[in-house]
Design a protein around this ligand. Structure first.
Ligand SMILES: *Cc1c(COP(=O)(O)O)cnc(C)c1O
Length: 409
């Protein structure tokens, strides 16, 4: 080891454990490193292919290295990556117009991630109430088992104690109600309440679509009491459920909505959509983002929108989801000691396990099927929206074999 005289080790010895140079906040499997991807496959340096039914947690909405997205990013990279938002960015205006033309919303703020889209939405709820003269209305209600990201406000509105601990003082202006419990929600609303935030399909908490009754009741409560309703569609939006937005499956619209994950197809981008009444309160200087909505991100997200809005794509998602759901239900019937039930909407599917979900996840990975886990002991399946019928059949085949072997033990 070379002594650099300042307590630092030489570069060659640092290389021995490069992983230690990162925070230990993730725990990836040590031996597995992917170097490229194509469609629904991830490939290691050694050329071993894995079927990717996690899609970077619903991010790679059109799989890996989709030609249309590769073209979009490379063509734009040759022209202009970034200008500050002090200048007009036509691609952002175009993307915003496409998002609003296809949703409840009138205007959009672009960010770089889901949690930033949430943060923008939370600020817009407070700005709106303040602009209406309701400055005492600053508190925002979230629901149990929610996940809204990792900034302090996003943690506080979800209120999950295991994520918040050590970071957040007790009263940060957020309250929690029990999921799907109208009485709990009613008793949590008070004169300081500004709005309500929910995921139409809870993701991290365990792939739980909200019930039609509850989402309708929340909307009515918001209308009666002049509260802002915000949906977090960071995971369930952009075609995942077979509709462009999950709430369109219910016929209920929010006033504010956060998007991210699937919107960039792998490029970091987030968006906060609002009604005109709310958006217009976010005046010059009220909010901003250095990178948000830059030309490179907007070029990719527009290309994703080309694919999502292509005729027939959403119908195909619904058809494939129906197939996958039915196949998984057959597996539940065959292996009731190992898996209990199938949950979800569209290609956002949870498989509730009877054995520890991490055990099944590890066994599937050994057989080269990548899935995720979620709360409530779920395995999470999030294949690309353009997954092929062959790859769907292959995933079922791997699952069946794995469960068969687990059962035999
Ligand atoms: C992933 C996720 C977030 C946070 O998104 P980041 O891009 O990680 O900040 C917020 N809400 C939901 C529902 C999510 O699934």
């Amino acid at each position: 080891m070379t002594d650099l005289g300042n307590g630092a080790e030489s570069p060659s010895s640092v290389q021995l454990n490069p992983r230690a140079a990162l925070w230990p906040n993730y725990a990836p499997p040590q031996e597995l490193i992917f170097t490229h991807g194509r469609g629904s496959e991830l490939v290691t340096e050694e050329g071993i292919a894995y079927l990717d039914f996690l899609s970077g947690i619903a991010v790679n909405s059109f799989g890996h290295a989709h030609p249309h997205l590769v073209t979009a990013v490379t063509e734009q990279a040759k022209k202009l990556w970034h200008v500050s938002n002090t200048f007009r960015i036509p691609a952002a205006e175009r993307l915003a117009s496409r998002l609003t033309a296809n949703s409840f919303a009138d205007c959009v703020f672009f960010a770089n991630s889901g949690t930033e889209a949430m943060e923008a939405g939370i600020k817009s709820i407070r700005a709106y109430q303040a602009a209406k003269g309701n400055s005492e209305r600053y508190r925002i209600i979230g629901f149990s088992d929610s996940f809204h990201g990792r900034t302090l406000a996003a943690l506080a509105v979800a209120g999950n104690p295991s994520h918040m601990k050590a970071f957040i003082p007790l009263d940060y202006g957020f309250d929690q109600a029990e999921w799907e419990d109208l009485e709990s929600l009613r008793s949590t609303i008070n004169k300081n309440t500004a709005g309500i935030v929910l995921e139409p399909v809870q993701g991290e908490g365990g792939i739980r679509p909200i019930s039609k009754e509850f989402i309708g009741a929340v909307r009515s409560l918001c209308d009666e009491q002049d509260l802002v309703l915000m949906f977090d569609e960071v995971q369930c939006g952009i075609g995942r459920t077979g509709k462009l937005f999950a709430h369109q499956c219910y016929g209920i619209t929010p006033d504010v909505m956060a998007l991210a994950k699937g919107l960039g197809g792998g490029f970091p981008v987030g968006a906060c959509l609002t009604t005109a009444a709310i958006g217009e309160t976010m005046v010059v200087g009220s909010h901003g983002s250095t990178f948000g909505g830059n030309p490179l991100a907007m070029a990719v997200a527009n290309a994703v929108m080309d694919l999502v809005l292509a005729p027939g794509l959403l119908e195909e998602v619904a058809r494939k989801a129906e197939y996958l759901f039915a196949q998984l239900q057959q597996l539940v019937a065959r292996f009731p000691a190992l898996i209990k039930s199938v949950h979800g909407m569209g290609l956002m599917i949870g498989l509730k396990c009877e054995i520890p979900n991490t055990e099944l996840l590890g066994e599937l990975r050994n057989r080269h099927l990548i899935v995720g886990k979620a709360g409530d002991n779920m395995i999470r399946l999030l294949p690309p929206l353009n997954v092929s019928d062959d790859d769907l059949a292959k995933s079922i085949h791997i699952l069946a074999e794995t469960l068969q072997d687990l059962q035999g033990e």
